[in-house]
Design a protein around this ligand. Sequence first.
Ligand code: PMP
Length: 359
Amino acid sequence: MTQTYNFSAGPAMLPPQVLEQAQSELLNWQGLGSSVMEVSHRGKPFVELAAQADRNFRSLYQIPDNYKILFLQGGARGQFAAIPMNLIGKKGRALYLTSGHWSATAAKEARNFCTIDEVNLLTQGAEQGIVNLDFSDIAENYDYVHYCPNETISGIELFDVPNVGNAVLVADMSSNILSREIDISQFGLIYAGAQKNIGPSGITIVIVREDLIGNARQDTPSIWNYAVQAQSDSMINTPPTFAWYLCSLVFKYWLAEGGIKTIEQRNQQKAKLLYDYLDQSHFYHNRVTRQNRSLMNVTFSTGNDELDAKFVAEATACGLQALKGHKVLGGMRASIYNAMPIEGVQALIAFMDKFAQNQ
Ligand code: PMP
């Protein structure tokens, strides 16, 4: 069989070792004679799994004790609504910093629940970059400031954290959670769909500072009420147990591999290889300024739609899967999340080079 590499933006590839472990214990989890999918979330084995996942994720991502980790449902989009429902308070408004599709979609959803102001962070011009991130003079007029540090579709990443003074900073880290070291204490709330760096789809992680819990508006559904979920250890209803279990295996796997420093170092290495190749190429182009090139989603194009389509078709036939760019942008996108090995990036570059020479 040809070696395949899956560059999907999400659901994305998981570490093969995790899938092998899940496979090996699928029919008989922890000697129970049943799979993890078939046992109660209220039973001791699953409750212990959840507690261990909390401990391991906390240690892997260096999450301080005054933050709760919630494992919820409804995807990152569910949080687009849950965040204003839980965090809008006395000021009655939120500030949304937009830098592409996902931050703009979050802002649009929030408008259903509160008044928002929006600031576009993108610079104008041929290259896409980010304007200055100092909002300390206005941020405190808002109950929170929301942004998306990695725009999955365009491949724009914000490595600097916006300066919001003492205001509450909220980050949609769906596509860059656990990809590099961050200082969690700079954030009031971080959220992410699991399906890129953490596990399968169906589970959403919310890391929220404890003092922000407990102010949800009256009509907040209990499944998205942070106080209710924090109090019930994210089990107010039946959680997606299999997805949660896979996340727990992923946390263990990365801890054993050396933790967040190792993850970051590998991600830097993979992204550098690909961007260095793009920089010396006259055939492919990437439109993002150097300071904002995503470590996770690398977008490129030949500048010709037909050639891009040919590239994607031929790459797929060679085992390099899911390289088609998002429909709103076109071109190609290589998502090189934590689980993508460097060999996958090397194989992609070898293919790109051959394809360019053959045109
Ligand atoms: N935010 C970002 C940055 C994303 O990449 C995505 C999904 N690709 C979403 C939000 C939406 O996530 P979900 O499908 O889990 O609702």
